[in-house]
Design a protein around this ligand. Structure first.
Ligand code: NCD
Ligand code: ZN
Length: 346
């Protein structure tokens, strides 16, 4: 049986939510990942160091006994973010990074940034202190087609930030286009990007062909096949500027299967199996460790993990559990439309 051993991975973009969902999803991430950056888009959002510490405690309570797992906390950038409070929170280790959501871009982003110029002084302070900025890179203008929103964000907003503050460490989160791979690759070393398993696995047909598939709906929305290919080629190349951020984003089935379904794909459970299969299909398993365990840690100036994990290739397809139960309700677990043979064995 084929087997590989890699440094234990990290997931640099997760949504843990709160309360019952949090209790259900945290163990799905801690099973295979050692560390995660936790997104702050709760209602109300996490906007201060104090909020972040309280949220971190709730997450830590949900970590299964005996698991080593570190949640790195973020705060939600608003036009009223207090630079001095942020500075103190960062210096005291309460906050690891800051998340920029353009107002209205995605799930729970109403308090986000409307006018970039208003947050530039905060971004300058962040650059001085080395605080990473994590960006949801989509414009929200009504007249811009949803499939173009990432490309336009790069041209109109990201380029402006990168030129004005080249010293700012930026992660363009969950990239979905060839344009993003090119822009990030050509940018300076402070600019990197995270990529999700579902954007590597699917193109936009997976939402729309043969009936609407709400469980494949996420933001930024899946794009055309040439974009998926560009993302996959980039991920499997081992390029140090690109790494895993799953954007695992649980929503109850009833909220996805609705006349106005929520955006977000819950992919934590089989994420590594899916990635191993994608890398294997491209004869690139030797670069899997870079994508899931090394590149992100390097960008965030962290050591790679000491623990290792092993994956084995089964003789038959891995069978996927369909749902994660949350009390009476359930969350659909992401399954791609190709066979997966890899399984984490420890
Ligand atoms: C995320 C969520 O549900 O919180 N949804 C998504 O489609 N990715 C928010 C986000 O990261 O955009
Ligand atoms: Zn997200």
């Amino acid at each position: 049986m084929e087997k590989i051993e890699i440094i234990k991975p990290d997931d640099w973009h997760v949504h843990f939510r709160d309360n019952k969902i949090l209790e259900a999803v945290v163990p799905e991430t801690t099973r295979h990942f050692a560390r995660s950056i936790v997104m702050p888009n709760l209602i109300p959002p996490i906007i201060s160091g104090k909020d972040a510490v309280r949220y971190k405690k709730r997450i830590e309570k949900a970590i299964p006994k005996g698991k080593n797992f570190i949640p790195f906390m973020t705060v939600y950038l608003t036009e009223n973010t207090d630079k001095n409070e942020l500075k103190e929170s960062y210096k005291n280790g309460l906050v690891f990074a800051v998340k920029l959501y353009p107002a209205g871009a995605t799930t729970n982003s109403d308090s986000g940034v409307k006018d970039l110029r208003k947050v530039m002084p905060t971004l300058e302070t962040m650059a001085e202190l080395g605080i990473p900025l994590l960006i949801h890179g989509e414009v929200t203008d009504k007249e811009i087609d949803i499939f173009d929103r990432e490309k336009v964000f790069i041209e109109q907003k990201l380029d402006f930030i990168c030129k004005k503050i080249p010293d700012l460490k930026i992660t363009l989160e969950h990239i979905t286009t060839k344009d993003a791979t090119l822009y990030v690759n050509e940018g300076n070393n402070n600019l990197v990007a995270s990529i999700t398993p579902h954007h590597l696995a699917l193109n936009r047909n997976a939402i729309l062909v043969g009936g609407i598939k709400p469980h494949n709906y996420c933001l930024p929305i899946l794009k055309r096949e040439p974009h998926r290919i560009a993302l996959l080629d980039t991920a499997v190349s081992g390029n140090p500027k690109f790494f895993l951020g799953t954007d695992t984003a649980p929503h109850m089935t009833e909220d996805k299967e609705s006349a106005c379904g929520c955006a977000g794909v819950f992919n934590a459970t089989y994420c590594l199996s899916i990635l191993a299969q994608l890398f294997d299909n491209k004869n690139s398993l030797h670069n899997l460790e870079k994508f899931v365990s090394r590149n992100g840690a390097n960008h965030y100036n962290l050591k790679t993990n000491d623990e290792k994990i092993s994956l084995v290739k089964l003789n038959q397809e891995l069978s996927f559990k369909k749902y994660l139960e949350v009390g009476e309700k359930k969350i659909k677990i992401f399954k791609p439309d190709f066979p997966v043979y890899w399984m984490v064995s420890n």
